[in-house]
Ligand binder design. Structure first.
Ligand code: NAD
Length: 327
């Protein structure tokens, strides 16, 4: 393929991905499955790797999420809320751990967590009180959805730490709430939601908090953003501290000292995920030591100290054939 052909293909793929991003992140109403999206994104990434001079700063490979809706007050994220790099197979995971060990030159421990399929949320506490809750938005500017988040009962309105702390996690709709909601919508001849992720995002981005209150949403907290006085040395200690403060953390995380243990965790949850009462779309693997995280740093879009392994989607095979015909 010559540069001109690559440019044409890059334009087509970028336009499609921008459209999909808008439908998914802004309208909460995707027109294609995540597998189709991920495959096109991967194709774009490979083309850009081959022709790095064609990478535009506004390429979908360089940007996070979607624009915040005008209807909400904007919230600036002083520490950006980023996306995660993806792994689709064991080799990708091994490459991630190899790159990390080469970079730090030291043994590395990992924390494996379930990748909850909801939407990323930031909660700010000042003087021990919940003062602001926001969506990720485009990573730098999100939407102020404090009133809607206050309807989630597992979010503490008061915590015992009085320093300013911003806690981050994933809001989601448990299966039971999702089924009940869609059943009610069908009875009222309203369009059902495509999946629990869209239902959760659609519920939290309503102007009337009474709607969110009826939707029985929940949240798992998995990290911190802005935290001036934070002194803990590892991600696992942070998870424990969040739990101590009264935040709901997901109990199914594990500290692993080798890539074999990581792969075992991934395989276990690939089998066992139907047992959960909420949706997960993969496993997030994070380097535990915060000093090592800092050494590894970030790309434009994601941290180099974490990766999201994505479960293969069952419908992927037929849809991939559709893609080849359509691009
Ligand atoms: P991502 O879903 O690959 O991963 C990043 C997100 O994972 C974080 O922002 C956070 O919200 C979430 N997460 C869940 N559990 C976590 C945990 N334990 N620790 C840390 N983070 C956790 O990236 P993204 O930028 O949010 O979205 C891109 C993905 O969204 C695509 O890969 C695709 O699957 C989907 N998407 C689909 C469409 C579509 O049209 N179907 C369009 C756009 C995006």
């Amino acid at each position: 393929m010559d540069e001109q052909q690559a440019q044409e293909k890059i334009n087509i793929l970028s336009d499609k991905l921008r459209q999909y991003n808008y439908e998914y992140h802004v309208l909460d109403h995707p027109s294609v499955s995540d597998a189709v999206y991920d495959q096109k994104m991967q194709e774009l990434r490979e083309l850009e790797e081959q022709f790095p001079e064609l990478i535009m700063t506004d390429s979908p490979t360089q940007r996070v999420g979607g624009e915040p809706l005008e209807a909400f007050q904007k919230v600036q994220h002083n520490v950006p809320m980023l996306s995660l790099g993806n792994a689709f197979n064991e080799q990708d995971l091994r490459d991630f751990t190899r790159r990390a060990s080469q970079h730090t030159g030291k043994p590395i421990s990992y924390v494996c967590e379930l990748k909850i399929d909801g939407l990323a949320i930031s909660l700010t506490y000042e003087d021990g009180r919940f003062v602001r809750g926001a969506t990720r938005g485009d990573g730098t500017v999100g939407e102020d959805i404090t009133s809607n988040l206050k309807t989630i009962r597992s979010i503490p309105l008061k915590i015992k730490d009085t320093e300013k702390i911003e806690v981050r996690g994933e809001a989601f709709m448990p299966h039971k709430s999702f089924l009940a909601l869609n059943e009610a919508r069908e009875k009222n001849e309203e369009e059902p939601f495509a999946n629990p992720r869209n239902a959760a995002a659609g519920s939290l981005r309503q102007l009337d908090p009474k709607i969110a209150a009826k939707r029985n949403l929940d949240i798992f907290l998995y990290g911190v953003g802005e935290w001036e006085t934070g002194t803990l040395a590892s991600h696992s200690e942070r998870l424990e501290y969040l739990q101590e403060l009264g935040f709901k953390t997901n109990p199914e995380w594990k500290r692993c000292d080798t890539i074999e243990e990581v792969i075992e965790f991934v395989e276990y949850w690939t089998r066992e995920r139907p047992q959960l009462n909420y949706e997960i779309d993969g496993i997030v693997i994070k380097i535990d030591d915060l000093q090592q995280q800092e050494e590894l740093g970030f790309t434009a879009k994601s941290p180099r100290w974490a990766i999201a392994y994505k479960f293969p989607a069952e419908e992927a095979v037929t849809e991939l054939l559709d893609i080849e015909l359509s691009v």
